[in-house]
Design a protein around this ligand. Sequence first.
Ligand SMILES: Cc1cc2nc3c(=O)[nH]c(=O)nc-3n(C[C@H](O)[C@H](O)[C@H](O)COP(=O)(O)O)c2cc1C
Length: 189
Amino acid sequence: MTMAAWLRSLPSLTGVAPEPDAGPLPDAPEPLFERWIRQAVEADVAEAHGATLSTVDADGIPDARVLILKDVGPRGWAFAGPRDSAKAEQLAARSAAALTFWWPAVLRSVRVRGSVREASEEESAADLAARSAAARDGIPPGGWVLWRIVPDRVEFWHGSPDRRHRRTIYRRTGDGWQVSAPATESETT
Ligand SMILES: Cc1cc2nc3c(=O)[nH]c(=O)nc-3n(C[C@H](O)[C@H](O)[C@H](O)COP(=O)(O)O)c2cc1C
């Protein structure tokens, strides 16, 4: 079997979508995100707080890596890492970033897109202090950074085995969020 044929033979979208969210959508994306990640964990998604952080370097070349979500709230989606890392250098040069979650068991993905701000020294130090001794090993004071991605757009993707996927999209307006009602769409996945 060719590689292409073998890849095509692998199943995708094998999870089970939860019942659609009842009632009106929240006014902001954070409560919906919290509901979804909790449902993903209840459905036994392993490491549901793992996500892909995409950044661009000073030349506009994209980069991406997996990391762990540390917090979510009105101030944004928080993640952390070493100051002497490619992501730190890239974020210092270009604050644009995206964070992508994929929870196969519930057929859901979330895309968070916006700009990244460094948290205060105290918050970064508190995050480092909460890590295990092994994880803190070798990191000098100031060598660990907590960042928050402050989104302009958050997309909640509801997958469907019949490929009639739906997206709920939050777009930031001057003083709040505009939410688009889920539209059914055909996909080629
Ligand atoms: C499951 C998982 C969780 C990870 N969590 C983090 C994390 O929270 N912070 C971090 O800096 N790197 C984390 N990493 C390592 C990153 O993927 C990456 O290798 C590292 O951050 C260096 O990336 P950079 O060179 O682009 O900065 C994690 C990797 C995996 C696979």
